[in-house]
Design a binder for this molecule. Structure first.
Ligand code: AVJ
Length: 320
């Protein structure tokens, strides 16, 4: 493949466009209407998410990076050096560079749903880590997929940063962790970033920033449907909403229809009442004990947890 750096091999297990169509039509036909947050990450959505991670209000990314910088060597002691490192939802972050420098794995397997974004970040990583074998895998990690590695499948290390686990309902999160436990095998370890419960004002600002980047990220979902499913959403007729439900411990994002309207998506018509929303994301927040309980339910033993001085964010090392 032209342009692919020597260390990068590319594996494609990406869902087909038919899956997108079926999933969107089912979500819009449901009551209340909903769309999966994984649909955010087309090429533009991935770039907007990268912009979110640099916003002053969005504390998770910089806080997690601080924790990785402060404790990288200790993490490498627990996860093991010079072996295989998987990453779920790799995006394009700085975080993995910190971990690759500390762990110096032989093989790095980034797994991401956004194909071109994955390819570009794998290639840029290959320039910085020329000795590293990178097996970039385009897959939806919320469903089972094949791992593109041969040989010993026990005692692997996986990294699941960013509190992406928070996108899943607790029961789904447990099922996902069970599959990760199977991927890393007996004696394997998972290093996972988990956002912590905190005051409403801090959480709501993080998901409704002053510059409107998160609003653009949320609305990009509708633009994507206009582009890819021949939909006719009027973007000005939907507003971004973010609200923390303290009882459920989750930030909810919605797109609110500002008037009564009918929208056509892939040839099907959907009626919106004024004020009706499409629920586009949950971002669950945990406390440490609550997350330990979830992890234990998936067969993981909590080995160590690190937080920042303000206790905004946590990074857990879990062992199978
Ligand atoms: C990528 C799921 C961790 O929930 O904080 C950021 C996504 N949504 N701003 C999060 C997101 C709005 C993010 N995760």
């Amino acid at each position: 493949r032209p342009g692919v750096a020597p260390g990068v091999r590319f594996f494609d297990a990406h869902p087909t466009p038919d899956d997108l169509r079926a999933e969107v039509l089912a979500g819009l036909a449901a009551s209340p209407k909903r769309l999966s947050p994984k649909l955010f990450y087309d090429a533009r959505g991935s770039r907007l998410f990268d912009a979110i991670t640099e916003l002053p209000e969005y504390y998770p990314t910089r806080t997690e990076i601080g924790i990785l910088c402060d404790h990288g060597e200790e993490m490498a002691d627990l996860l093991g050096r010079g072996r295989v490192l998987l990453e779920l939802g790799s995006g394009s972050s700085l975080k993995i560079r910190i971990l690759l420098a500390a762990l110096e794995p032989e093989v790095y397997v980034p797994i991401d749903i956004s194909r071109e974004h994955l390819r570009a970040s794998a290639e840029s990583l290959a320039e910085h880590f020329p000795a590293l074998a990178i097996h970039a895998t385009c897959a939806d990690y919320s469903v089972p997929f094949e791992l593109p590695i041969e040989g010993d499948r026990e005692g692997l290390a996986a990294f699941f940063p960013g509190s992406s686990i928070g996108n899943f309902e607790p029961e789904e999160a447990r099922a996902l962790l069970l599959r990760v436990a199977a991927l890393v095998g007996i004696g394997g370890r998972l290093l996972i970033g988990v956002d912590l419960r905190k005051e409403r004002a801090v959480l709501e600002a993080a998901y409704d920033d002053a510059q409107g980047v998160t609003a653009a990220f949320n609305r990009n979902l509708l633009e994507r449907l206009n582009r890819e499913l021949d939909a006719d959403f009027d973007l000005d007729a939907f507003a971004h909403r973010a609200r923390y439900d303290a009882a459920l411990g989750r930030v909810e994002m919605h797109l609110e229809s500002l008037r009564g309207q009918t929208v056509t998506v892939a040839g099907q018509r959907f009626v919106f009442a004024a004020g009706e929303t499409i629920h586009t994301e949950n971002s669950y927040k945990y406390d440490i004990a609550g997350f330990h309980q979830l992890a234990a339910g998936a067969g993981f033993v909590p080995e160590r947890v690190w937080t920042d001085p303000h206790r905004l964010f946590s990074v857990h090392c879990l062992r199978v």
